[in-house]
Design a protein around this ligand. Structure first.
Ligand code: NAI
Length: 342
């Protein structure tokens, strides 16, 4: 009887996690940079997804232990580890979604652009391998400066003849997550309902929260708009300073990246109602990439929600004009990095 009661208890405990225990689909997700500050909690959150059957963790070091540890969670996906350049190709074969948080993070006083020299090369090398081994995968770029690393990735994919603009994403979900949190706090609205589109890019003033488009509709004073906008733009720096040299956002970033992975998998799985903001190829004059709200489908970006840029407030319109030169320069820096290669 005792054994039965334990069995029932275990069943109940497992039922609380049933959404994780019952496989609902079988997609393969590869994380490149999986042993890092973002990589580890991201891998944990992806391990909890019922849509994932294989989770491949790649890093240049320390990934074996992470994979052994995660593999003990009784959720559907099989976890495999891949260490070093010689195992990169195998980590990618058959992947449906590749997430790239590889690279160095900021320390206090640094801008995201200060990371360019190191991270540009890392992203180039990793995306070359993606092009060679899983050219159809959705590619999620987290490595900063996103405003430049995404154009770098696009150029690499073009050179390899496999560029599909609908499947290349700079991950800006954290900007939306932060905007939603700060707006809910400030306006005392239910967190679960709040949705603020954030457009532009992913650095300083290029991050443009469209507070006037917040759902449910909320009204803000001019001071509130100014305060919230500046806080959302500087939220990454808030974390960098609080960590005082130990890196940048990792946990909230992993949460945001996992949300973007889950949204991508739902879209791949045929859910017709998936919308996220991401830094993607745009049709705006002079800005080949721009973070926008997009509808995701089986083939990646199904539609850009360009109506978000109509009917902006004067404040938003000015901020949009002000961000364009910086964003354009960061995009061009990424593109010319590839074309200057010997
Ligand atoms: P971290 O230093 O803790 O981890 C980076 C990992 O990348 C390490 O495990 C390292 O071994 C690995 N790595 C380095 N070179 C590699 C290579 N060639 N191939 C594979 N793996 C390699 O850094 P953290 O905190 O995880 O941040 C990673 C990146 O994410 C940084 O560039 C950071 O700026 C960016 N980031 C982006 C955000 C966004 O919203 N898009 C938010 C926060 C950080």
């Amino acid at each position: 009887a005792l054994r039965q009661s334990f069995a029932l208890k275990a069943q109940k405990q497992n039922q609380n996690f049933q959404y994780q225990l019952q496989p609902q689909a079988s997609y393969k997700v590869t994380v490149l940079g999986a042993a890092g500050g973002i990589g580890q909690p991201l891998a944990l959150l992806v391990k909890m997804s019922p849509l994932v059957s294989a989770l491949h963790l790649y890093d240049i070091a320390n990934v074996k232990g992470v994979a052994a540890d995660l593999s003990h969670c009784n959720t559907p996906s099989q976890v495999l580890d891949f260490t070093g350049a010689s195992e990169l190709a195998n980590s990618l074969k058959g992947a449906n979604v590749v997430v790239i948080p590889a690279g160095v993070p900021r320390k206090p006083g640094m801008t995201r652009d200060d990371l360019f020299n190191i991270n540009a090369n890392i992203v180039k090398t990793l995306v070359e391998a993606v092009a060679d081994n899983c050219p159809d995968a959705f590619i999620h770029i987290i490595s900063n400066p996103v405003n430049s690393t995404v154009p770098i990735a696009a150029e690499v994919l073009k050179q390899k003849g496999v560029y599909d603009p609908k499947k290349l994403f700079g991950v800006t979900t954290l900007d939306v997550v932060r905007a939603n949190t700060f707006v809910a706090q400030k306006k005392n609205v239910k967190l679960i309902d709040v949705d603020v589109p954030v457009v532009g890019g992913h650095a300083g003033i290029t991050i443009l929260p469209l507070l006037s488009k917040t759902k449910p509709s909320v009204s803000f004073t001019d001071e509130e708009v100014e305060q919230l906008t500046v806080r959302i733009q500087n939220a990454g720096t808030e974390v960098v300073e609080a960590k005082a040299g130990a890196g940048s956002a990792t946990l909230s970033m992993a949460y945001a990246a996992a949300r973007f992975v889950e949204s991508s998998l739902r879209a791949l799985d045929g859910d017709g109602d998936v919308y996220e903001c991401a830094f993607v190829q745009s049709d705006l004059p002079d800005l080949p990439f721009f973070a926008s709200r997009v509808k995701l489908g089986k083939q990646g970006v199904e539609a850009l929600i360009s109506s978000d840029l109509q009917g902006l407030t004067e404040y938003e319109q000015k901020a949009l004009e002000a961000l364009k030169p910086e964003l354009k320069a960061s995009i061009e820096k990424g593109i010319s990095f590839i074309h200057k290669q010997p």
